[in-house]
Design a protein around this ligand. Structure first.
Ligand code: ADP
Ligand code: MG
Length: 537
């Protein structure tokens, strides 16, 4: 417009061009300045339009006066679709009061920059997060708010994901009752997760420290834990420790801590670890153990019950002998003169029979007694003989011959004698039941029933006991299944015998398995290791 100056004005300008600086010179300068301005304006417009920042100019009524091309494009609009429209149109309904409040703050403090984070909504309905930097400036006809905003959707997404994953982690820690910690042993720096504070039941505003952890530790475990931590703090090694906590109200918790050794940024030793509240787990394991012991007891009593007739016989026999000898002694005493030597012999026999009956009753009482597992040095042959003393009657009344082959010089085993005897008892009862169940054809000569009990050295150092019968045997497919709990082929069978036998033997670090007999029948073997201080010579 300025360039198209009317000819009259040009002429007037020429008339004035008589001073030290010519009119032509002035026009040139002005033109240069104008060109420079135009150029700079174009340059800035370029920046303004295409800078990857959304620029909005909004009046004090909230109407868009201008927006850059990039900004409009980011929101999926043409510039013309936004200019002259309320700026609130690009915000979510629920965010509008927030935006209005922020604009008001800007207008109340002109010249001062303000910034905030808010969501914007595109023409197509999708949402993006932006950080808005805004400032109100005064213009002749009121105030304008200049807004520059950058897209922070990606950052917000990362932050959200981080927040989410932190939330999940906290939740997982709560559910699994596993807290975490970081320990820079050398500097004595300790950090606890929220769940760790919960496990220790400490005020989360406290600064965690080894001392704080020790304070909560059960007094009986405190010294041990202090020494333990002192030890591990020096070594670049992973560790694991179990201890108890004592709460102020007297509750005791079992915890397990595991830690992994790493190097921190400065190369110092740091442990990253987890603390688990294993109180319930420990309790459940104890209950399981108790239930097992209970069941073992029940099956032992059941097995004894199955033998009760034979056991009664075992007790009645010496008592009958005592009665006979007592009568005889009375007779010898009635002689004139009394046959004192005969009386002495009768009384001696009475004494022996009496202790025999007492032995049987004592053994039964041991087997029926409910006692916690206690391992002592056990002579296997002795244990076998004791069980046979109780079962001999049953064996012979089942029509089976007992063959015993007990190796000499066997090492002692460290075992719970009653439990090992229970295993033998179960195996013998099973063998007798298997043989009793065998139906023999009318034409076949009756097969002799035989129960064979063998003890032997087991390599490298241990004792093997085998119980072999002449029953129907076991198909190979069943060799393992019979050890499963509740597997039974007997009417009314509980099916717990072999399962309990196996857990007893495994609790002794041994092994129990079945094989087929050479000709017929089944053989059950178990091996238990020799007591460490009793290797056979
Ligand atoms: N000596 C054996 N000969 C053949 N089968 C046996 C023998 N011992 C055990 N079994 C089989 O194993 C099953 C499981 O035995 P067990 O666990 O003692 O339970 P239960 O005696 O109550 O049936 C028996 O029912 C039987 O089928
Ligand atoms: Mg059984």
């Amino acid at each position: 417009m300025k360039r198209a100056r009317p000819a009259a004005a040009r002429r007037a300008g020429a008339r004035l061009a008589s001073g030290p600086i010519g009119e032509g010179q002035k026009v040139d300068d002005r033109k240069r300045a104008e060109d420079a301005l135009r150029e700079s304006e174009a340059h800035w417009r370029e920046v303004f339009e295409h800078n990857p920042v959304m620029y909005f100019m909004v009046d004090d009524k909230g109407v868009v006066i201008s927006v850059n091309a990039f900004g409009a494009a980011q929101l999926g609009y043409e510039v013309s679709e936004l200019v002259g429209k309320p700026v609130l149109g690009v915000f979510l309904d629920e965010d509008r009061p927030f935006v209005l409040r922020n604009m008001a703050v800007c207008l109340e403090n002109p010249g001062q920059p303000h910034n905030w984070e808010v969501r914007k909504i595109r023409k197509n309905g999708t949402v993006l997060w932006v950080r808005e930097n805004a400032k109100a400036v005064k213009r002749a006809n009121g105030f304008l708010v200049l807004v520059a905003c950058e897209d922070i959707t990606e950052r917000r997404r990362t932050e959200d994901a981080l927040r989410q994953s932190e939330m999940y982690l906290a939740e997982a820690q709560r559910l699994s009752r596993t807290g975490s910690f970081g320990w820079r042993a050398a500097k004595g720096e300790l950090v606890w997760s929220a769940e760790t504070f919960r496990i220790f039941e400490c005020d989360p505003t406290l600064k965690p420290s080894v001392e704080l952890a020790l304070e909560r530790t059960h007094p009986d475990d405190r010294n041990f834990l202090r020494q333990f931590l002192k030890g591990v703090a020096r070594e670049d090694k992973d560790w694991e420790v179990d201890h108890r906590l004592l709460m102020p109200d007297g509750r005791v918790k079992d915890v397990r801590a595991v830690a992994h050794a790493v190097r921190d940024d400065e190369g110092g030793l740091e442990f990253i670890g987890a603390v688990m509240d294993v109180t319930d787990l420990r309790k459940a394991a104890q209950e399981l153990h108790n239930a097992r012991a209970e069941l073992a007891h029940v099956t032992r009593v059941t097995a004894l019950g199955e033998l009760s007739a034979a056991i009664a016989h075992e007790v009645n026999q010496p008592i009958a002998a005592i009665v006979t000898d007592a009568r005889a002694a009375l007779n010898w005493l009635a002689h004139e003169p009394p046959e004192l030597e005969e009386v002495r012999q009768a009384l001696y026999r009475i004494g022996k029979q009496g202790s025999r009956a007492a032995d049987v009753i004592g053994r039964i009482r041991d087997l029926v007694k409910k006692a916690p597992m206690s391992k002592v040095a056990v002579d296997i042959n002795e244990a076998v003989r004791e069980v046979l003393a109780l079962t001999r009657g049953e064996i012979s009344s089942s029509g089976a011959t007992l063959r015993m082959s007990l190796a000499e010089d066997l090492p002692l085993v460290q075992a719970d004698r009653v439990q090992l005897q229970q295993v033998l008892l179960n195996l013998i009862v099973n063998a007798l039941q298997a043989m009793a169940g065998e139906v023999q054809g009318p034409d076949e000569p009756p097969e002799p029933r035989e129960l064979r009990i063998t003890t032997a050295h087991a390599e490298p150092s241990g004792v093997r006991v085998s119980v072999q019968d002449s029953g129907p045997g076991l198909p190979p497919s069943l060799m393992d299944r019979i050890f499963a709990p509740f597997y039974s082929t007997k009417p009314g069978g509980l099916g717990m015998g072999l399962s309990i036998c196996r857990s007893i033997i495994e609790a002794h670090d041994g092994r129990l398995w079945a094989t087929a007999g050479e000709h017929r029948g089944a053989v059950f073997h178990f091996v238990v290791p020799a007591a460490p201080w009793s290797q056979s010579s």
